[in-house]
Design a protein around this ligand. Structure first.
Ligand SMILES: [Zn+2]
Length: 185
Protein backbone atom coordinates (compact mmCIF):
# COMPACT_ATOMS: atom_id res chain seq x y z
CA UNK A 1 0.00 0.00 0.00
CA UNK A 2 1.18 3.49 -0.75
CA UNK A 3 0.44 6.69 1.03
CA UNK A 4 0.25 8.73 -2.14
CA UNK A 5 -3.42 9.43 -1.74
CA UNK A 6 -2.68 11.12 1.53
CA UNK A 7 -0.04 13.36 0.06
CA UNK A 8 -1.05 16.96 -0.07
CA UNK A 9 0.64 20.15 -1.07
CA UNK A 10 -0.61 22.09 1.90
CA UNK A 11 1.88 23.96 4.00
CA UNK A 12 3.95 21.43 5.88
CA UNK A 13 3.03 20.84 9.50
CA UNK A 14 5.46 21.84 12.16
CA UNK A 15 8.09 23.43 9.99
CA UNK A 16 6.65 25.87 7.46
CA UNK A 17 10.11 27.06 6.39
CA UNK A 18 12.49 29.59 7.79
CA UNK A 19 11.13 32.45 5.75
CA UNK A 20 7.53 31.72 6.64
CA UNK A 21 6.69 30.80 3.05
CA UNK A 22 3.99 28.28 2.16
CA UNK A 23 4.86 24.61 1.80
CA UNK A 24 5.60 22.71 -1.40
CA UNK A 25 3.53 23.60 -4.46
CA UNK A 26 1.59 20.96 -6.45
CA UNK A 27 4.24 21.20 -9.18
CA UNK A 28 6.83 20.10 -6.60
CA UNK A 29 5.16 16.78 -5.83
CA UNK A 30 6.46 14.77 -8.83
CA UNK A 31 10.01 15.78 -7.89
CA UNK A 32 9.42 14.88 -4.26
CA UNK A 33 8.02 11.49 -5.28
CA UNK A 34 11.07 10.93 -7.48
CA UNK A 35 13.29 11.59 -4.45
CA UNK A 36 11.50 8.83 -2.57
CA UNK A 37 11.93 6.51 -5.59
CA UNK A 38 15.65 7.26 -5.64
CA UNK A 39 15.84 6.59 -1.91
CA UNK A 40 14.17 3.22 -2.52
CA UNK A 41 16.71 2.49 -5.28
CA UNK A 42 19.46 3.29 -2.81
CA UNK A 43 18.09 0.76 -0.34
CA UNK A 44 17.82 -1.83 -3.12
CA UNK A 45 21.50 -1.16 -3.83
CA UNK A 46 22.48 -1.58 -0.18
CA UNK A 47 22.82 2.14 0.47
CA UNK A 48 21.14 4.47 2.93
CA UNK A 49 17.64 5.65 1.96
CA UNK A 50 18.27 9.08 0.48
CA UNK A 51 17.57 10.53 -2.97
CA UNK A 52 17.67 14.06 -4.38
CA UNK A 53 16.74 15.93 -7.56
CA UNK A 54 18.09 19.26 -8.86
CA UNK A 55 15.49 21.26 -10.80
CA UNK A 56 16.01 24.46 -12.79
CA UNK A 57 13.86 27.55 -12.43
CA UNK A 58 11.80 26.49 -15.47
CA UNK A 59 11.01 23.10 -13.94
CA UNK A 60 13.51 21.08 -15.97
CA UNK A 61 15.18 18.25 -14.07
CA UNK A 62 18.93 18.84 -14.39
CA UNK A 63 20.43 16.08 -12.28
CA UNK A 64 19.51 13.50 -9.70
CA UNK A 65 21.35 11.13 -7.44
CA UNK A 66 20.93 8.77 -4.54
CA UNK A 67 23.00 7.86 -1.54
CA UNK A 68 26.08 5.77 -2.38
CA UNK A 69 27.88 5.62 0.96
CA UNK A 70 28.02 1.86 1.25
CA UNK A 71 28.44 0.99 -2.42
CA UNK A 72 31.28 3.50 -2.86
CA UNK A 73 32.78 3.02 0.59
CA UNK A 74 32.69 6.78 1.19
CA UNK A 75 30.43 8.29 3.85
CA UNK A 76 30.45 11.67 2.08
CA UNK A 77 28.61 10.26 -0.96
CA UNK A 78 25.34 11.98 -0.11
CA UNK A 79 23.16 12.94 -3.08
CA UNK A 80 22.77 16.55 -1.93
CA UNK A 81 26.55 16.95 -1.83
CA UNK A 82 26.90 15.44 -5.33
CA UNK A 83 24.24 17.81 -6.68
CA UNK A 84 25.97 20.83 -5.14
CA UNK A 85 29.21 19.83 -6.86
CA UNK A 86 27.36 19.17 -10.13
CA UNK A 87 25.72 22.61 -9.89
CA UNK A 88 29.07 24.31 -9.26
CA UNK A 89 30.55 22.63 -12.34
CA UNK A 90 27.62 23.04 -14.72
CA UNK A 91 25.52 26.08 -13.80
CA UNK A 92 25.98 29.83 -13.60
CA UNK A 93 25.58 31.56 -10.26
CA UNK A 94 22.23 32.93 -11.41
CA UNK A 95 21.00 29.51 -12.51
CA UNK A 96 22.04 27.98 -9.19
CA UNK A 97 20.27 30.67 -7.17
CA UNK A 98 17.04 30.10 -9.12
CA UNK A 99 17.20 26.30 -8.87
CA UNK A 100 15.54 24.03 -6.33
CA UNK A 101 16.94 20.92 -4.71
CA UNK A 102 14.33 18.36 -3.73
CA UNK A 103 15.40 15.65 -1.35
CA UNK A 104 13.91 12.72 0.53
CA UNK A 105 15.57 13.73 3.79
CA UNK A 106 16.60 17.16 5.03
CA UNK A 107 20.21 18.02 4.20
CA UNK A 108 22.81 17.07 6.82
CA UNK A 109 25.20 19.83 7.97
CA UNK A 110 27.80 18.83 5.34
CA UNK A 111 25.30 19.04 2.50
CA UNK A 112 23.57 22.16 3.82
CA UNK A 113 26.96 23.86 3.90
CA UNK A 114 27.83 22.70 0.37
CA UNK A 115 24.41 23.85 -0.91
CA UNK A 116 24.91 27.29 0.64
CA UNK A 117 28.57 27.60 -0.43
CA UNK A 118 27.72 27.04 -4.09
CA UNK A 119 24.76 29.41 -3.89
CA UNK A 120 21.91 27.05 -4.70
CA UNK A 121 18.35 28.20 -4.09
CA UNK A 122 15.31 26.65 -2.47
CA UNK A 123 15.36 23.30 -0.70
CA UNK A 124 12.27 21.12 -0.32
CA UNK A 125 12.64 18.00 1.80
CA UNK A 126 10.17 15.14 2.24
CA UNK A 127 11.22 14.33 5.82
CA UNK A 128 13.09 16.37 8.38
CA UNK A 129 16.27 15.61 10.26
CA UNK A 130 14.22 15.78 13.44
CA UNK A 131 11.84 13.12 12.14
CA UNK A 132 14.73 10.90 11.06
CA UNK A 133 16.44 11.21 14.43
CA UNK A 134 13.23 10.02 16.09
CA UNK A 135 12.77 7.14 13.65
CA UNK A 136 16.36 5.95 14.03
CA UNK A 137 16.14 6.17 17.80
CA UNK A 138 13.03 3.95 17.64
CA UNK A 139 15.00 1.49 15.50
CA UNK A 140 17.77 1.43 18.07
CA UNK A 141 20.33 3.17 15.85
CA UNK A 142 23.01 5.01 17.80
CA UNK A 143 23.88 8.68 17.31
CA UNK A 144 25.61 9.79 14.11
CA UNK A 145 29.12 11.30 14.20
CA UNK A 146 27.64 14.59 12.96
CA UNK A 147 25.09 16.55 14.97
CA UNK A 148 21.56 16.29 13.50
CA UNK A 149 21.13 20.03 12.98
CA UNK A 150 18.31 21.49 10.91
CA UNK A 151 19.40 23.26 7.71
CA UNK A 152 18.55 26.64 9.18
CA UNK A 153 21.17 26.13 11.91
CA UNK A 154 23.86 25.65 9.28
CA UNK A 155 22.71 27.95 6.48
CA UNK A 156 20.19 30.42 7.89
CA UNK A 157 19.66 32.33 4.64
CA UNK A 158 18.19 29.44 2.66
CA UNK A 159 14.56 29.06 1.70
CA UNK A 160 13.61 25.66 3.13
CA UNK A 161 10.29 23.79 2.94
CA UNK A 162 9.17 20.49 4.40
CA UNK A 163 8.32 17.97 5.64
CA UNK A 164 5.63 16.72 3.26
CA UNK A 165 2.78 14.99 5.14
CA UNK A 166 2.00 11.52 3.76
CA UNK A 167 5.13 11.19 1.67
CA UNK A 168 7.28 11.43 4.80
CA UNK A 169 5.81 8.13 6.01
CA UNK A 170 7.22 6.43 2.89
CA UNK A 171 10.68 7.62 3.85
CA UNK A 172 10.15 6.29 7.35
CA UNK A 173 9.32 2.90 5.85
CA UNK A 174 12.53 2.98 3.79
CA UNK A 175 14.55 3.60 6.93
CA UNK A 176 12.86 0.58 8.50
CA UNK A 177 13.59 -1.51 5.42
CA UNK A 178 17.23 -0.47 5.27
CA UNK A 179 17.86 -1.17 8.93
CA UNK A 180 16.11 -4.53 8.86
CA UNK A 181 18.34 -5.60 5.94
CA UNK A 182 21.37 -4.34 7.78
CA UNK A 183 20.40 -6.46 10.78
CA UNK A 184 20.21 -9.56 8.59
CA UNK A 185 23.56 -8.94 6.93
ZN1 LIG B 1 24.47 15.01 3.65
Amino acid sequence: MTHEDQVTARPAGRDPGVLGVPGPAPADLPHLRRCVELAAEAVDGGDFPFGSVLVAADGQVLAEDRNREVSMGDATRHPEFELARWAAANMTAGERAAATVFTSGEHCPMCAAAHAWVGLGRIVYVSSTEQMAGWLAELGVGPSPVRPLPIAEVAPGLLVQGPVPGLDEQVRELHRRFRSREGQA
